[in-house]
Design a protein around this ligand. Structure first.
Ligand code: SAM
Length: 365
């Protein structure tokens, strides 16, 4: 019965709910095996690195769950200089990482947009080498913008974008955000990104208070309907200086298993997309990222944010790797990948195969 379900071509909400709810050890093993089979068949088991630079924690949004929300007056705000960001990207290129993620809190003012645009251009110019003839691959994660702004970022040289939808359930979205932040606008941004030429990534938080398995199943079907190229998702974790801190959090073990089941189900349903094993998994258990990889993920993001500011980009309690230098992160993560019998594909962008198949534009970047 479960075997049949794991080999379906199309899934209903209730079938996805069944898979997400698996708890029996034997059943979970079958789910994990199927996810790995799909990974190997559709894209191969190489792991791709994206060095993540959290270049600013200044944010104009007020998401009730996030440690760097505008109204958190306890957090010291920072913005890295252009030179610091570019040198971080160059370090990545030298290490063979192939790609970077530039992430920050949300700002939509012209100064910020110009700054990001220039940083992208400079990084592209400065990281061209024999190994990376088109420079490092750049994923942006700088929130909601107009179509024009996304097009500017794309033309400057970024080619992947991560904008989590957080949840596709209207009521739950309302509970997590102030009135001024709307689910429909976030959805619209995903289509702007696609129209601008980006490989589009999205994702949700898992285990949000009030979230049901059915909501998560509908999230997976939303990814499918939207023909998403990449997923970055992880467990919701409390930050003590947020309004959500009053609500109780899921216990660690079921939260971890649900997050892993989500990764496996996304791999099975969405097949050839890129899926990240995110840092938040490692906040739940020390080997969280390896576990994410072993449930079908193929991307991981070593933190290359300068250590002086890292602790100010604390989105949730227990965020790992706050003090480790870049070199330590590199060797630690490599050991983690090798520990599960996988290898890192260095000096490659590691683009989404799903994107390559849905377009024929990848060679034009
Ligand atoms: N400003 C950009 C945006 O909104 O897409 C990127 C930065 S934002 C801090 C990155 C992601 O952090 C969010 O999409 C959210 O899913 C995640 N995040 C924030 N607070 C979190 C929490 N308490 N637990 C887990 N993830 C969290």
């Amino acid at each position: 019965m479960l075997k049949e379900l794991l080999y379906k071509e199309n899934y209903s909400v209730s079938e996805i709910e069944t898979l997400l709810s698996l708890k029996d050890e034997e059943d979970i093993k079958q789910l994990q095996d199927r996810a790995n089979e799909m990974l190997n068949q559709s894209i191969g088991d190489s792991v791709y690195y994206r060095g993540i630079v959290e270049f600013s924690n200044i944010c104009s949004l007020d998401c009730y769950y996030c440690g760097i929300r505008k109204s958190n007056g306890e957090v010291g705000r920072y913005a890295l200089s252009k030179d610091d960001i570019i040198s971080s990207a160059k370090w990545c290129a030298d290490q063979g990482y192939g790609s970077v993620v530039l992430q920050s809190g949300e700002r939509s003012d012209e100064n910020f947009v110009n700054f990001v645009e220039e940083v992208i251009r400079e990084i592209k110019k400065e990281t061209i080498s024999e190994k990376l003839p088109r420079g490092v691959g750049i994923t942006l994660s700088v929130g909601e913008h107009s179509k024009e702004v996304y097009s500017r970022f794309f033309k400057a040289g970024a080619h992947r974008y991560l904008l989590r939808i957080e949840t596709t359930n209207e009521e739950l979205y309302r509970e997590l955000h102030p009135e001024s932040q709307e689910l429909n606008e976030r959805k619209e941004c995903l289509s702007f990104l696609r129209q601008s030429g980006f490989q589009v990534g999205t994702g949700v938080m898992i285990g949000i208070p009030g979230q049901t398995i059915e909501m998560l199943a509908r999230d997976v079907l939303f990814f499918k309907e939207q023909d998403i190229d990449m997923i970055g998702m992880g467990p919701y974790l409390v930050h003590n200086q947020t309004p959500m801190a009053e609500k109780s959090q899921m216990d660690k073990d079921p939260l971890l298993q649900l997050s892993l089941n989500m990764i496996a189900v996304c791999r099975i349903v969405l097949k050839d997309i890129n899926i990240a094993a995110t840092t938040a998994l490692q906040a739940v258990v020390p080997d969280g990222r390896e576990r994410g990889l072993s449930y079908g993920a193929n991307v991981t993001m070593p933190n290359i944010t300068p250590t002086e500011v890292r602790s100010s980009y604390k989105l949730y309690e227990g965020k790992p790797c706050m003090d480790e230098g870049r070199q330590e992160c590199k060797s630690c993560l490599l050991g983690r990948v090798h520990s599960i019998g996988r290898d890192v594909a260095f000096d490659q962008w590691g683009d989404s195969k799903h994107f390559a198949l849905r377009t024929s534009r990848t060679e034009n970047f």
